[in-house]
Design a protein around this ligand. Structure first.
Ligand SMILES: O=C(O)CCC(=O)C(=O)O
Ligand SMILES: [Fe+2]
Length: 531
């Protein structure tokens, strides 16, 4: 076809009309594209504002900012979920650059920090609204969470099958939604849907039905809600799921169970049940109770056996500067040594630790299997005497104070606990049933533990001994010491201990475990197994 013919055909009126239609369609498409681009850019802009605000508040104030568990949680959330969402709407090259050049926490780190926050709720009996409104501490401030942020916490609980916390956080999301003016980011139906399911799983069928009816007033055609309504009604009719309410949980329910759904439910004269489930709730509750305590609660008879003194052991290392020894517990004997590490040495050791989110493993005493412990450490390092003169100095000091040989001591383990970071009840020694635990090591079992506190902790973070009621509040520069084994070599079960979750502040410890080998003449073996 010649050029001329082309021009002629395009100048005819019919063709122009046709072209006009083309332009109309394309203009619409372009408009949609532009609108989507604006939305995309708006999304990015909002995100930039959120993180700029976060940076502004955190910078030069890191310890106070991240010392609040809500801020620490939100920070990890931004770095995982939110940056990930942003990457998806960025040009490919830009997104690639972000993922390849920078180290981000993982999704598991995100869920771990959310669970850490919920653990704090349980351990310290914190009200959900208190956490969500930023009312945890006047010194370590956090912002009020949005409805979406409460919902996201509820979602983590929900995906973990933890309906106890799902219920609390979805209810909180609902309360926050009511006070938000431009609540475009989260849909009320989504919250109600999760709330209904969680509450039914916790045995509150009437309540689940009331919420489901609420969904249907907003969206009468909601398929799942219609099905669920029918399902809950049939359960109520048959009363097959009537769950016995445990008497001893009444208190917990009343304190943590909020003003459940009074906002939506017109059926108010039934009690809403929300019980915690846990494999070993008894030990867990004992542990948590001790964590909430301010110190060990010992009988006067027991207290009379405790003392403070200067100790030098006639050791050349201690003659000029004896250590301050405080006996904290009689059985097992636990000592605290004060002012054993200076602030500058502590700072140096902390700087040697590198960021690491680590999952500890604990052995289940009944099934004799390993299970993952909850999140505990966000920075750690293993340091040998050769790594730093400070580590070598500490080893010499431990040897002088305890009279144990450091030849078979393990490397110094530095640990920094993150949001809600804790260490569940455990023994430091390996038991006979788990003789594989220290396999390959001929140095024997962990005869003793030397635990140096490298920070004060504003709230929480105590080392507790649930079986004997021991409670050690971390004190910067002090160290705890105890024998894990009886002189017979048998493990002392009373040394079972745990690190309580850090509620506010930061916790740094340095652990030195000392092995049996080399101690034969220093701590001779006795025949009585419990001696
Ligand atoms: O951090 C603490 O208070 C205790 C740590 C502990 O028990 C351990 O690491 O084995
Ligand atoms: Fe331990």
């Amino acid at each position: 076809m010649s050029k001329k013919t082309n021009i002629e055909s395009f100048t005819s009126t019919t063709h122009l009309t046709h072209l006009l239609n083309t332009e109309i369609v394309l203009a619409k498409k372009l408009e949609i594209y532009l609108k989507q681009e604006y939305e995309r850019l708006d999304h990015i802009e909002k995100f930039i504002n959120v993180i700029k605000d976060e940076i502004r508040q955190a910078q030069r104030n890191e310890d106070y900012y991240f010392g609040n568990p809500v801020n620490a949680y939100l920070f990890i959330k931004h770095l995982t979920i939110d940056w990930n969402n942003i990457e998806e709407i960025l040009p490919t090259d830009f997104a690639k650059d972000i993922t390849h050049k920078w180290l981000f926490p993982t999704f598991e780190d995100y869920t771990g920090s959310a669970m850490g926050l919920m653990r704090l709720q349980d351990t310290y009996k914190l009200n959900t609204s208190q956490l969500a409104n930023g009312d945890l501490s006047s010194k370590f401030k956090s912002k009020r969470l949005s409805a979406l942020e409460c919902y996201d916490l509820g979602r983590v609980a929900y995906t973990n099958g933890d309906f106890y916390h799902t219920l609390m956080w979805m209810q909180e999301a609902l309360d926050h939604l009511d006070t938000e003016t431009n609540n475009t980011s989260i849909n009320k139906i989504d919250i109600l849907d999760h709330l209904a399911y969680a509450t039914s799983q916790q045995g509150n069928v009437e309540h689940a039905l009331a919420i489901t009816k609420e969904i249907l007033t907003i969206a009468p055609d909601h398929i799942r809600a219609n099905n669920n309504k029918f399902y809950y009604e049939s359960i109520i009719n048959n009363r097959t799921l009537a769950k016995q309410k445990r008497k001893d949980d009444t208190d917990i329910n009343e304190s943590t169970n909020l003003k459940l759904i009074s906002t939506i439910s017109n059926i108010k004269n039934y009690t809403i049940n929300n019980e915690r489930s846990n494999d070993d709730l008894e030990e867990q509750e004992l542990y948590e109770k001790l964590c909430r305590q301010n110190g060990a609660q010992l009988s006067p008879k027991h207290q009379a056996k405790l003392f403070c003194r200067y100790r030098h052991n006639n050791h050349p290392y201690l003659i000029l500067q004896p250590v301050k020894e405080e006996k904290l517990l009689e059985k097992p004997a636990i000592y605290l040594y004060h002012d054993i590490m200076s602030d500058s040495h502590i700072e140096k050791l902390k700087s040697l630790a590198s960021p690491r989110l680590q999952r500890a493993v604990v052995r289940d005493s009944t099934t004799n299997t390993f299970k993952p412990a909850d999140y505990r450490v966000c920075k750690s390092a293993w340091l040998r005497n050769e790594d730093s003169p400070i580590v070598a100095r500490l080893s010499r000091l431990i040897e002088a104070v305890t009279d144990l040989s450091m030849i078979t001591a393990e490397d110094l383990q530095i640990a920094n606990y993150g949001v809600g970071g804790h260490y569940e009840p455990h023994f430091d020694f390996a038991r006979k049933i788990e003789n594989d635990a220290f396999s390959g090591l001929s140095a024997g079992n962990r005869i003793a533990t030397w635990l140096t506190y490298m920070s004060d902790v504003e709230e929480g973070g105590a080392t507790v001994f649930p079986l004997v009621g021991g409670h050690l509040k971390p004190k910067k520069g002090s160290a705890a010491f105890w024998y894990n084994l009886h002189p017979s070599g048998e493990g002392d079960r009373n040394t079972r201990h745990a690190a309580c979750p850090v509620l506010i502040g930061n916790k740094w410890v340095a652990n030195k475990w000392i092995r049996e080998r080399g101690q034969e003449f220093r701590r001779p073996c006795l025949l009585d197994p419990m001696a």
